[in-house]
Design a binder for this molecule. Structure first.
Ligand SMILES: CC(C)(COP(=O)(O)OP(=O)(O)OC[C@H]1O[C@@H](n2cnc3c(N)ncnc32)[C@H](O)[C@@H]1OP(=O)(O)O)[C@@H](O)C(=O)NCCC(=O)NCCS
Length: 156
């Protein structure tokens, strides 16, 4: 079981390069690289954002970046290294974010994914997200985003 010893912890600026590289290779494929190490570092240092990493020993094998507002939150990015996928790590990262939101009294988690990303659609649906809208050109003016919401309170 590849994910047996994987631990989840808060990221530090030392993790920025690994996170940015995963974003470039697994999320922004074929688009300009916008989640550079500098941008990731700013997110890690931002008090309104939680960046969590899944680590196998010293190696970062997954991450999630989540913005916390007063009432709602936004999952900016999530990715798991291919050899560690389908082992429940993505769901563990979402659970970590969900628990933080529930403690903070946040009503919902918003997220979006590239319309061509079938894995993300299946994953978010499995995690309880509902599809909300399409945003043409959201990704660098060339690809549509599907926006999704995970309600954390009844009636949201
Ligand atoms: C989307 C992603 C984060 C899912 O992470 P993961 O650790 O593989 O997901 P999990 O193992 O927790 O999967 C939970 C459930 O989601 C669904 N799921 C996840 N990936 C799936 C896929 N490729 N096809 C179909 N269903 C999938 C399944 O129901 C799965 O449960 P199961 O394995 O018991 O059938 C991962 O595929 C990834 O990093 N993709 C590239 C980056 C990306 O697209 N990020 C999202 C947009 S920012």
């Amino acid at each position: 079981m590849v994910a047996k010893n994987v631990m989840i912890r808060l990221a530090t600026p030392d993790d920025a390069f690994a996170i940015a590289s995963m974003s470039r290779d697994l999320i922004e494929t074929g688009l300009p690289w916008t989640w550079t190490p500098e941008r990731v570092t700013r997110n890690i240092r931002n008090r309104n954002i939680s960046t969590v990493v899944a680590c196998d020993g010293e190696e970062v094998v997954g991450f999630a970046i989540m913005y916390f507002g007063d009432e709602d939150s936004h999952l900016n990015l999530i990715a798991i290294e291919p050899v560690y996928q389908r082992a429940g790590l993505g769901q563990r990262l979402i659970d970590w974010c969900k628990k933080s939101c529930l403690v903070a009294g946040i009503a919902r988690i918003d997220a979006e994914f590239r319309i061509t990303n079938r894995s993300a659609r299946a994953f978010y649906r499995k995690c309880g997200f509902r599809e909300r809208a399409l945003m043409p050109g959201y990704y660098s003016g060339v690809e549509t985003a599907v926006t999704m919401t995970l309600p954390l309170r009844p009636g949201v």
